[in-house]
Design a binder for this molecule. Structure first.
Ligand code: HXC
Length: 257
């Protein structure tokens, strides 16, 4: 298997495991990731998904350039579609997804990290969209998601120059949420994930879907959807439990119903 899945309580950790190629995605690896994500999206036991890379050098150095060098137009479009499906799953599955960026996150690696809800990086991480240096462009959502995360001006600079940035710059421009020493990255990411796994899953799913709408579509319609989600959550046992526990001054016990 080219992507490993481990589980700890409600936290699923997906590790891209091709360290000899700096975890670059070939067809088998990207398909494997897609299959795991499809399954985790449906599973109620998996409450949070973490995506990371094997070894201490790379999250993922992008799509496999050796594979891509042999593609024709139709093959390249299919390759783009597979990456888009993976990005869509990370972005829309009804549970939080977190990228733990443990080194290079370049090209498609950066793009899949951008599709996650949060990004944490090790202090030795390097991020960028260097595709232009290969005569191509980001093809797994990077042109759109990078602009949404860091703004149009910075996204254009990074995509058009292919400049690779370090973790501190990524933090400064909002590309990552926090930076940790390499040995601290997974413990800190797991700590956040465990906290999320203890929260009410229906509320997390509604919150993610509502915030996902913020930069797309009609603002008024999106506010109406927020109002719908807010109201509908009042039929959940977890909303009753959360508010009752607060009033009773005790910790809530959420069940996902
Ligand atoms: C295939 C890759 C790879 C990649 C690294 N490797 N990146 N193989 N595809 N994207 C392989 C190298 O060939 C080498 O294997 C091994 O990993 C170690 O890499 P080195 O280059 O020897 O390491 P280093 O000198 O430390 O340089 C690290 C690096 C460099 C700066 C990350 O590897 C690099 O620039 N990689 C390409 C990064 C990139 O351009 N990514 C974007 C790809 S396009 P061998 O066996 O040769 O020794 C993309 C498009 C996505 O992602 C959208 C598609 C639709």
């Amino acid at each position: 298997m080219s992507v490993d899945l481990s589980r700890e309580d409600g936290v699923a950790v997906l590790t891209v495991n091709r360290p000899d190629a700096l975890n670059a995605f070939d067809v088998a690896t990207l398909s494997d990731l897609r299959d795991h994500l499809r399954q985790l999206a449906e599973e109620s036991e998996a409450r949070v998904v973490i995506l990371t890379g094997a070894g201490d050098r790379a999250f993922a150095a992008g799509a496999d350039i050796k594979y891509m060098s042999g593609l024709d137009v139709d093959g390249a479009k299919k390759w783009g579609e597979l990456g888009h499906e993976v990005g869509h799953l990370l972005e829309t599955m009804p549970k939080p997804t977190i990228a733990a960026i443990n080194g290079f996150a370049l090209g498609g690696g950066c793009e899949l990290a951008l599709a996650c809800d949060f990004r944490y990086a090790s202090s030795n991480a390097k991020l960028g969209q260097p595709e232009v240096n290969l005569g191509i462009i980001p093809g797994w959502g990077g042109t759109q998601r990078l602009a949404r995360v860091v703004g149009l001006g910075l996204a254009k600079e990074l995509v058009l120059t292919g400049r690779v940035i370090d973790a501190d710059e990524a933090l400064r421009i909002g590309l990552v949420n926090a930076v940790y020493e390499p040995g601290e990255l997974m413990p800190k990411t797991l700590e956040v994930a465990r906290g999320l796994a203890a929260k009410a899953p229906l509320a997390l799913a509604a919150a993610k879907e509502a915030v996902n709408r913020a930069l797309a579509g009609d603002h008024g319609d999106n506010l109406d959807r927020e109002a719908d989600y807010f109201g509908e959550l009042f039929s959940s046992e977890d909303a009753t439990e959360g508010m009752t526990a607060f009033v009773a001054k005790r910790e809530p016990r959420f069940t996902g119903r």
